[in-house]
Ligand binder design. Structure first.
Ligand code: DOR
Ligand code: ZN
Length: 349
């Protein structure tokens, strides 16, 4: 394949359709990094305690907007954390608020702050039916949590055990399979109807499990779903760069302070908001598919959420820059993706 010689690229302003902003002192870092280049972001609700009601989401949204640099029009799109107790009325309130754009399904115990997650879909039946009726998307962390299932197989097993029955039970529910990591998930999304889409992270495009485990354990590359083998990475790259509108940008940027990552029991999450668009540009360039970046980053997600596409633009230039080893994060350091290494693209306007 011939390498592209593109050195500058102008796109409609992108949105991040899967983001962890955290709260309070952390917001200064996370909100300003994301708001630099992204117009909107779908904000994950896995705080402690989780954001389970519209009232909590609106208060959280205000704290995010307060942390936003002056003059920036960043728009946080809120989500609610689905629990066994989410009522039909809460779904209606979420919809009526106009500020809540989706519900997030965490299987209990699947990842960071997911203890309050769903243990069984049966108690959620009324809430799911209401989401289906109102066309509020369900965002799915697609991993089973049974201890007997190997961690590398948890996404694949989830497709058969949970996703297929869910889609049969709710035939018009809109579902986003979040941060997909396997060829199995790519195939599943491709064979499903138009109400099913998926987000893909920059780390799952640029890294595989060797980056986690070869030459020692690399705690800063530990995330969930865990990085998979190279063949899965290749399937994700093919999907993201295919121009198929079912696949769009969601960074899953998920900061944890350095000492919580470099720990005997390190937290799951990779911080990419400092350089997200540039990292995607690297992945797309390596696949000789820079012409497909705009659809993935700036069009397909908005279309799926039935929101207007952004009309402003952003320009990237082929220019290497050095990522700082750490960034301040509240009163702690944060080690970002590519810490102390070069990134080949830079947003210039
Ligand atoms: O790596 C991850 N970190 N995956 C998730 O699903 C949650 C996230 C977090 O909140 O830290
Ligand atoms: Zn996430």
């Amino acid at each position: 394949m011939t390498k592209s010689h593109i050195t500058q690229l102008t796109l409609a302003q992108p949105d991040d359709w899967h983001l962890h902003l955290r709260d309070n002192a952390a917001l200064k870092r996370t909100v300003s990094d994301t708001a630099r280049y992204f117009s909107r972001a779908i904000v994950m609700p896995n705080l402690r305690p989780p954001i389970t009601t519209t009232a909590l989401a609106i208060e959280y949204r205000d704290r995010i907007l307060d942390a936003c640099p002056t003059g920036n029009n960043f728009m946080p799109l809120m989500t609610l954390y689905l629990t066994d107790n989410t009522s039909e009325d809460e779904v209606q309130r979420a919809y009526d608020s106009g500020m809540v754009h989706a519900f997030k399904l965490y299987p209990a115990g699947a990842t960071t702050n997911s203890d309050a997650g769903v243990t069984d879909l049966k108690p959620c039946a009324k809430a799911l039916a209401a989401m289906q009726r109102l066309q509020l998307p369900l965002l799915v962390h697609g991993e089973v949590t049974s201890p007997e299932i190997d961690i590398f197989d948890r996404e694949k097993v989830f497709i058969d055990q949970v996703m297929r029955p869910l889609l049969l039970e709710y035939p018009t529910l809109k579902v986003i399979f979040e941060h997909i990591t396997t060829a199995d998930a790519v195939d599943f999304v491709l064979e499903s109807d138009a109400r099913i889409a998926a987000t893909i992270t920059p780390h799952h495009l640029l890294l595989n499990r060797n980056d986690l485990l070869v030459g020692g354990v690399h705690p800063h590359n530990y995330c969930l779903p865990v990085l998979k083998r190279n063949t899965h990475q290749q399937a994700l790259i093919k999907a993201a760069t295919s121009g198929n509108s079912k696949f769009f940008l969601g960074t899953d940027s998920a900061p944890h302070a350095q000492h919580l990552k470099e720990n005997a029991c390190g937290c799951a999450g990779i911080y990419s908001s400092h350089a997200a668009l540039e990292l995607y540009a690297e992945a797309f360039e390596a696949a000789n598919a820079l012409d497909k970046l705009e659809g993935f980053a700036s069009h397909f997600g908005a279309d799926f959420y039935q929101l207007p596409r952004n009309t402003s633009t952003i320009t990237l230039q082929k220019e290497s820059w050095l990522v700082p080893k750490t960034y301040p994060f509240g009163d702690q350091p944060l080690v970002p993706m590519r810490s102390g290494e070069m990134i080949k693209w830079k947003v210039i306007s």
